[in-house]
Design a binder for this molecule. Structure first.
Ligand SMILES: [Zn+2]
Length: 195
């Protein structure tokens, strides 16, 4: 019993540390594991960093790589071919790989932009802008842009919130769509002043 366990562990280790073709072994093996994403190389294309995988494959298993990229349909599925038809197997493979490895791309729909002013101190006002990130705008860059544009302080103050010194709401109606074409003037909501 113990011997089996040790053998398993050794095998496991070999699996984990596998880093290239072994001399004298005929390639491709039924399953070749990628040194980049650690998955069977058929799955590499689902990996978020497939470009890295490709580099690894090209370097370490050029034959298999060529097969993967050129004759995709031909040598595929030797590892776990079962009673299922080729079509079903392929489908399963795709959903399985997709779910497991593809980074769920968080596509945020544009939420509209809200802005309002608030008082800071006796006379000072700030403008708060919320929603830019949902237009795939980098908030830090936006801050820099506002700071330059208005010659004032501007900072990211939340998940999707920017504070600009001064009351610049009126300007923003023009400036935002001008700077970022994905923003429509109608997307911008002026919520007035909040205390
Ligand atoms: Zn890979």
């Amino acid at each position: 019993m113990a011997e089996v366990g040790a053998a398993d562990a050794a095998q496991e280790r070999e699996f984990l540390t596998y880093s290239g073709p072994t001399p004298g072994v005929k390639y491709p093996l039924s399953v070749t594991y990628c040194g980049e994403c650690t998955m069977p190389i058929e799955y590499c294309e689902y990996y978020v960093n497939y470009e890295k995988c490709k580099e690894w494959l090209q370097k370490n298993v050029p034959d298999a790589f060529e097969k993967l990229t050129l004759g995709k349909a031909s040598g595929e599925g030797e590892a776990d071919k079962k009673e299922e038809g080729a079509e079903g197997e392929k489908k399963k493979r795709q959903t399985r790989g997709g779910k497991g490895l593809m980074k769920a791309k968080k596509k945020v729909e544009p939420q509209g932009i809200r802005m309002w002013t608030a008082s800071r101190g006796k006379k000072k006002k700030v403008t708060i802008v919320v929603g830019l990130a949902s237009y795939e705008i980098d908030l830090k860059e936006a801050c820099k842009f506002f700071a330059t544009k208005f010659s004032c302080g501007s900072s990211v103050s939340g998940d999707d919130e920017i504070v600009i010194q001064g009351d610049v709401k009126d300007d923003l109606f023009d400036i935002l769509p001008e700077k970022w074409s994905q923003i429509d003037e109608d997307d911008i909501d002026d919520l007035g002043e909040k205390k």
